[in-house]
Design a protein around this ligand. Sequence first.
Ligand code: FAD
Length: 367
Amino acid sequence: MIHTDLLICGAGPAGLCAAIEAGAAGADVLVLERGHAPGGQLVKQTHMFFGSEKQYASYRGFDISDILVAQMSEMPNIRLICDATVLAAYDDGVFAAEIAGKYEKIRPRATVVATGASEKPLLFPGNDLPGVYGAGAVQTLMNQYGIRPAGRVVMLGAGNIGLIVSYQLLQAGVDVLVVCDGAPKIGGYLVHASKLARMGVPIMTSHSVKRAEGEGKVEKVTLWELDKNWQGIAGTEKIFAADTLCVAVGLSPLSELLWQAGCEMLYVPALGGYVPYRDAQLSTSIPGIFVAGDVAGVEEASSAMVTGRLAGLAAAGFLGLDIIALEAKKEDCLAQLHSLRHGHGGKILDGIQQALLDTNNKGDEHA
Ligand SMILES: Cc1cc2nc3c(=O)[nH]c(=O)nc-3n(C[C@H](O)[C@H](O)[C@H](O)COP(=O)(O)OP(=O)(O)OC[C@H]3O[C@@H](n4cnc5c(N)ncnc54)[C@H](O)[C@@H]3O)c2cc1C
């Protein structure tokens, strides 16, 4: 049995920031990351971030990851283990993990779950053909492993992921034929959409995929227009000779560990699916289990870093460490979150987060 003050599940921006804050407060921290390296989604993000200086605006994602890992490495009380998957959370407070091929049990005094999110699939005829990918998977293959997708690409989804990955495909010399989205408006930031428009990529709103076809792989993608009830309109089909269809229709929180631990959960579509109830300090309904980043509700790397810091501080407070010094830092995190959620359409998200907290405070029936 491994004993630690604080177990952090996942070393993306949220987990890294939680470790840095709790480590700085003096906690003995164990970070387990199922990938070969820390950084989560940041390592494949070659574009510059916006936000404020505190969230590393104007740095590229992979540089931010390096900065956070370097900060963490300076603290001897933080131990990071990669290729280590947290498999289970038991109701006696024990966690199980597969570390370097061995099954290990961990008994932490507190835990931050920062496991991120996974891509949502979409149902349509031909969605199981080779050549149909999640856009995030294409980004991983291309930016992390240097493998470009074949030939001509159709991108489904004009949110930030669809727009950013389309631009990165163009930068890698891949032909992006079209970006389409079922919604009547582009969901991602205008700055990303404008870059595509300048490079001559059409963005078709109120359009989705009708089917993908081909002999053993994608060869043809049919798009069609959607009516206001999101039903395809016969006669509006447009056929693209394509080799790859990328699907970027949203992320859902990787919340299995929270379900297993018995945390109370709520379905909030705007946050990506089932998310845990938590208080303003990111404590779930199970004392000692905190959440941060996309698993708490899909947002962005900037907010993942801030919620990570907040959860790390709250966990340190739960462990009885230097509460007075922690309070000022927590206030700063809450102010940063408020400002992040009020830019770029974040008002809605902030409203939902607030509703979640209000419901929590009222102690209503939970899912
Ligand atoms: C294509 C794409 C482009 C994006 N562009 C931007 C952008 O420009 N600006 C921005 O602010 N945000 C952007 N984001 C969003 C941002 O990357 C995420 O919001 C952010 O990475 C969330 O951080 P996180 O730490 O919660 O999760 P992740 O970064 O996903 O990290 C979670 C980590 O947990 C690990 N993990 C999961 N389960 C387990 C387990 N059971 N045991 C151990 N480890 C586990 C994973 O391997 C991963 O390393 C983008 C996201 C994508 C997919």
